[in-house]
Design a protein around this ligand. Structure first.
Ligand code: ZN
Length: 332
């Protein structure tokens, strides 16, 4: 049987591309590894952040829909995104995020220290201290020294109403192991325990209101598969048990299939390759707008309509937008 090896990427929604870049690049020190457009909506950006190369398990992507109303994290959604950081860097991050992030709280989860905060648009984030974080490619030109830098994802948390169906999906079908439980939090681990993002938490809260997509919420999460053949195996396997799975979609940097888990949690299985080096050298990743061939003829129009990512006189981000309460934030 095949196993899911870890998280591939997580895609979230933001109401401002400019403010989004300022936070993830300057505050968290993630590298913008690709600026392209939403393949289904070419007049909006699709921004990809990651380690220096955009290694699977480090990739956080955003659909910036300008001025979109705030969403509400809730049941049937990924309600927190957790990055890993070296244990010895947690004091550094505590000081830094106290100044530069929103709603910082500290706690502990399964014995690891956790900092919980949000980005400027209310997206629930976490930083979890690890004695040996997974190996990732440090972005030397970025603002964070290697000894402190984020090392990809630690995990993500989904909030669901019931455990039974999701346990069957994640353990029996996707081959994850149920590792630990504390109160209503269940921690699964995927097969490749050296990969960034190999943990997956499910919080069961029968009372949680359904999530509402909008600014500051997660759109979907993708898990990794090594090859196109493995992806087709997954497509067939998931269809065999009655899940509606899409055709393979070419996302240029990887290929994707999508399906809904219980409570309409949107999941994707994405191939590791070909990766972000397919249309630009590693040294210049993310520095220029990249378009799929089919949109190149529209480039002048697209460039005119997209907001500047790095405006010459940026307006300061001086507000933290209030977030709706989420279970994931209220209990570490
Ligand atoms: Zn995706």
């Amino acid at each position: 049987m095949n196993h899911i090896s870890a998280i591939h990427h997580i895609t979230a929604i933001t109401p401002s591309a400019t403010e989004n870049l300022a936070f993830y690049e300057n505050v968290l020190g993630l590298r913008l590894v690709k600026q392209t457009v939403n393949f289904d909506d070419p007049y909006t950006y699709h921004l990809y952040y990651g380690d220096a190369r955009g290694t699977p398990g480090t990739i956080l992507t955003f659909f910036p829909w300008e001025n979109l109303p705030q969403g509400r994290p809730g049941a049937g959604m990924v309600t927190a995104i957790a990055f890993a950081a070296p244990l010895r860097a947690m004091d550094f991050w505590n000081r830094r995020l106290r100044r530069l992030a929103c709603d910082l709280q500290s706690g502990e989860r399964f014995g690891d220290p956790v900092l919980r905060f949000t980005d400027p648009h209310g997206l629930p984030l976490e930083l979890i201290g690890q004695s040996e974080p997974a190996a990732t490619a440090h972005w030397h030109a970025g603002p964070i020294a290697a000894e402190h830098a984020i090392a990809g994802f630690h995990s993500a948390t989904a909030t669901l109403h019931h455990l039974t169906e999701s346990k069957t999906l994640f353990s029996s079908l996707l081959g994850m192991t149920l590792l630990k439980q504390s109160d209503n939090r269940y921690r699964f681990a995927s097969a490749d325990t050296r990969a960034p993002g190999h943990f997956w938490d499910v919080v069961i809260d029968p009372q949680a209101p359904p999530g509402q997509q909008g600014g500051g919420t997660v759109h979907h999460i993708a898990f990794r598969t090594a090859s196109d053949d493995d992806q087709l195996w997954w497509q067939s396997r998931l269809r065999t048990v009655g899940l509606g799975v899409t055709e393979v979609r070419d996302r240029k940097y990887f290929r994707s299939i999508y399906f809904n888990a219980p409570q309409r949690l949107l999941l994707e299985i994405a191939t590791d390759g070909p990766g972000f080096g397919v249309d630009e050298e590693e040294a210049i990743l993310g520095t220029r707008l990249r378009l799929p061939e089919s949109y190149e003829r529209m480039r002048p129009d697209i460039e005119r309509r997209l907001p500047p990512l790095r405006p010459t006189s940026p307006s300061p981000i001086d507000t933290c937008r209030p977030i709706a309460s989420t279970e994931a934030l209220s209990s570490a």
